[in-house]
Design a protein around this ligand. Structure first.
Ligand SMILES: [Zn+2]
Length: 75
């Protein structure tokens, strides 16, 4: 998986988790907990795959076109 897919997956999980968590208002505590778990699971692709293709260091919150560690192009 490359960093673009990891970012997309992370953002998708975050949005889905947030919506499920908000639905806890209607459906009770269980869906709030499930939503929180989905939201936290967005950290997995971020930690494992959101890396620079050149130096393999984590990109963190860098959403730009260049790596902050080696300066390589990442898009
Ligand atoms: Zn790099």
């Amino acid at each position: 998986m490359d960093h673009k897919k990891a970012r997309t997956l992370r953002d998708t999980l975050m949005v889905i988790g947030f919506v499920v968590m908000l639905s806890g208002y209607l459906f009770g505590l269980v869906s709030t907990i499930i939503g929180a778990i989905i939201m936290l699971s967005c950290l997995i692709p971020d930690f494992l795959y959101n890396k620079c293709p050149h130096c393999q260091k984590r990109l963190g919150r860098n959403e730009g076109a260049f790596c902050q560690h080696c300066g390589g192009r990442i898009d």
